[in-house]
Design a protein around this ligand. Structure first.
Ligand code: GLY
Length: 370
């Protein structure tokens, strides 16, 4: 059932291995990368209690010794204090230029550990072992690393590609259902942005995937990673096409800011709602068929996912307040908010040419429906 997706980036090329049991077999995949049989691992306390000893055993099978630092779980870790702690710890472990750092965790750990690897001794190699669906299909692949600033999320960072990604799909069995479905928001995003046939497949197989169909999980992760790899290979540093991966994210970032980056709205939930809004906006502007937004919503609803602003508990700002939050998005260029819109399911494009009134009206109606 295992699959390999190659990310063809010349000297920075690497493989993403996808399938069950990869943590147990990690030593066999990592040994060829090592010049001495030891690695350091950055993880979080929750992931450590679930998976760290399996990783230790998997590495030991190949005679590889492992030292690990478990940081507190949660988005709050992704800032200077824990980053400094991680880098100092790696230096304490005498990590050398040719060693490997392993990121064992979700997006927070992957981004922080990748950034630590990017700056440690001006760059050491690292391996991603993503333990959330979101990290497996998105954040562990493509080399975006970094931490949050008081000014906003992911504002400090570097492009630093991993040397290997091991996406062990068995770990998905340990995820709370809400986290799994939030990660699925990013999976749906891939179908919507670039592969209508994949979206059809998700409509048919998403429900089985959600309740544990292992083969469907491997297939969904593989197709998502393949699409990301193709896009990253063409546009590694997001000069153009890579921005398509931000479908739903302009709305999502405003909603995350409005909800204080709290448990009220997980990132993947915001992406799903943002995708539905992006299709609404595309239909209103006459860009995509009028029935597409309903089809997007129908699938999200069938998956029991957050789909509309009405699914977000508590107060939200008014439409102008949300527009103001969008104006702070990282993708703003020359003062223009950039949106990823669609000409249909599987056919997204980036544009700054969106009348603010159309966005305001859409948000006002979505807020009124709460
Ligand atoms: N998560 C979007 C990207 O990697 O470009």
């Amino acid at each position: 059932m295992r699959q390999t997706v190659h990310v063809p980036l010349g000297a920075r090329a690497y493989d993403v291995e996808i399938g069950p049991g990869l943590i147990e077999d990690a030593g066999a995949f990592i040994a060829p990368l090592l010049t001495r049989p030891r690695v350091t691992v950055l993880t979080d306390e929750t992931v450590a209690s679930l998976h760290l000893e399996r990783l230790r055993a998997g590495l030991a099978q190949q005679g590889i010794a492992m030292q690990a630092l478990a940081l507190p779980p949660g988005e709050g870790t992704k800032g200077w204090p824990q980053f400094t702690r991680a880098v100092e710890w790696l230096l304490d472990q005498r990590v050398e230029r040719r060693d490997i750092v392993i990121a064992l965790g979700g997006g927070v750990i992957g981004d922080l550990a990748g950034f630590a690897a990017a700056v440690l001794r001006r760059g050491v190699r690292f391996v991603q072992i993503p333990t959330s669906l979101l990290a497996q299909v998105d954040s562990s692949v493509g080399g975006k690393t970094g931490i949050n600033a008081t000014h906003g999320k992911n504002l400090i960072g570097a492009f630093h590609q991993p040397s290997l990604v091991l996406a062990d799909t068995d770990v998905l069995d340990t995820l709370p259902p809400r986290d799994l479905l939030a990660g699925y928001g990013e999976v749906v995003k891939y179908g919507l942005l670039g592969d209508a046939e994949f979206f059809d497949w998700l409509e048919g197989n998403g429900p089985a995937l959600a309740v544990g169909d292992a083969a469907a999980r491997v297939e969904a992760v593989t197709r998502s990673v393949q699409m990301k790899a193709d896009i990253v290979a063409r546009d590694e540093t997001e000069q153009g096409e890579r921005a398509l991966l931000n479908l739903g994210h302009t709305f999502c970032h405003a909603l995350e800011a409005a909800t204080g980056y709290s448990g009220r709205l997980l990132h993947g939930e915001g992406v799903a709602i943002g995708c539905a809004l992006a299709f609404d906006l595309s239909a209103r502007l006459g860009l995509c068929p009028q029935e597409d937004p309903s089809r997007v919503r129908a699938h999200l609803r069938e998956m029991d996912m957050k789909t509309d602003l009405a699914d977000i508990a508590g107060d939200l700002p008014d439409a102008d307040g949300l527009l103001a939050l969008m104006a702070q998005d990282k993708k703003v260029m020359d003062g223009q908010v950039r949106f990823v819109l669609a000409r249909g399911i599987g056919s997204a494009f980036v544009t700054s040419d969106v009348p603010p009134d159309a966005v305001r009206d859409l948000l006002a109606e979505a807020l009124a429906a709460r």
